[in-house]
Design a protein around this ligand. Structure first.
Ligand SMILES: Nc1ncnc2c1ncn2[C@@H]1O[C@H](COP(=O)(O)OP(=O)(O)OP(=O)(O)O)[C@@H](O)[C@H]1O
Length: 347
């Protein structure tokens, strides 16, 4: 099967000498046609650099990038006509109306006047922007502006759409709205979407397949279910009230029956356990016995965060996780009273 997007051994270094930054160290993956493919990773992982290479905005030091059957290095002009690109920063003219922006985009791609009108109306309608079409876009809401960015990228009917962190800065409602639009792009138009994101939940919800990228390398690849299914048991996270107690907490948790691999990350300990609910009392008792006071303790089904933790050896920065308390997580906040109960049981 011919893939819509293929990367092989992409290497990219910015700058030279002591100031050189290795952004990509041999990135490779393949994206089936008509799917949403997620490129997931924390800040600075190399997601935008990968996207810029595919969209002809940057060239790799080595490796190949193929989009819609076209080698990006050999046929950049044809690639630009085959793709749509929504960069991280808005790309519309804020002093023009929505319709004017779409019309300009159509002219840039050499579309006919009648096609521009038909396609523009179709996209305005589809993205729920028709009522605002003749208003200056700087007066639009953030969510409407982001939808216009996507509509602009789709104006010339590309085969492949690149979305670079499309929901950053949007409120939860606008983000959910955008997720529905992104799913619709593959379902209604058959367009292949490469989505870069540092929101774990976004990749989980939208991507048919994804790669997790860390420090310029692919560390895991599969469907969200495959990746999470590769982790057995539940994930336990202990947040310490006093980070200096990390070693004592590590020893106490490691001694509890049923606890698997443990990873320390600042004031947090992450552990894999066979059955979270059954292990919880023993964990609390062990921590209490070691004189460690947890600020919180959570038990959750495996998430992509745990997949990342397993492969990268560290967790996403807490800022990347803010606001991502998703449907997959069943958090068990442990109150002081519960800790006392556990302590009682131990005695
Ligand atoms: N023009 C540049 N000059 C120098 N270094 C750069 C440049 N662009 C990116 N980098 C560096 O390359 C690495 C990868 O950056 P990149 O923007 O691809 O990551 P990212 O995963 O998209 O991050 P973010 O989510 O923050 O956008 C980072 O260390 C970054 O600082």
């Amino acid at each position: 099967m011919q893939h819509a997007i293929e990367a092989k051994g992409l290497v990219k270094t910015y700058g030279k000498g002591a100031k050189a930054v290795r952004a990509l160290s041999g990135v490779g993956f393949a994206v089936p046609r008509g799917t949403v493919f997620g490129l997931l990773g924390p800040n600075g992982a190399g997601k935008s650099t990968t996207t810029k290479i595919f969209t002809t905005l940057s060239t790799p030091d080595s490796g190949t990038a193929v989009v819609a059957g076209l080698d990006v290095a050999k046929e950049p002009g044809r690639v630009r006509h085959a793709i749509g690109y929504v960069p991280q920063k808005p790309c519309f003219d804020p002093t023009a109306t929505g319709r004017e922006n779409l019309t300009l985009q159509g002219h840039v791609y050499g579309m006919s006047g009648s096609d521009i009108r038909t396609r523009g109306d179709q996209l305005l309608e589809r993205f729920g922007l028709a009522d605002a079409a003749n208003r200056i876009t700087k007066t639009w809401s953030g969510g409407m502006q982001r939808k216009l960015d996507v509509a602009l990228a789709l104006m010339h009917r590309p085969q492949v759409l690149f979305l670079d962190e499309p929901t950053t800065g949007l409120d939860p409602e606008a983000r959910a709205d955008m997720w529905a639009e992104i799913s619709g792009v593959t379902q209604a138009d058959g367009v292949t979407v490469l989505l870069t994101t540092h929101y774990l939940e976004e990749a989980d919800q939208l991507a048919d397949r994804l790669v997790i990228i860390d420090r310029g390398q692919v560390v895991a690849e599969g469907t969200p279910e495959e990746l999470k299914g590769g982790l057995e048991g539940d994930a336990v996270q202990v947040e310490l009230a006093d980070p200096s107690q990390q070693e004592a907490a590590h020893r106490a948790v490691a001694a509890v029956r049923g606890v698997g691999e443990i990873t320390a990350d600042g004031a947090r300990l992450h552990a894999r356990v066979g059955n979270g609910a059954a292990t919880l009392p023993g964990l609390l008792a062990a921590l209490d016995g070691a004189g460690v006071a947890p600020a919180s303790l959570t038990v959750a089904r495996p998430s992509l965060d745990d997949v990342y933790l397993r492969h990268a050896g560290r967790s996403f920065h807490s800022a990347d996780r803010a606001g991502l308390a998703g449907a997959t997580q069943t958090e068990v906040e442990v109150s002081t009273a519960a800790r006392r109960t556990a302590s009682g049981r131990q005695q």
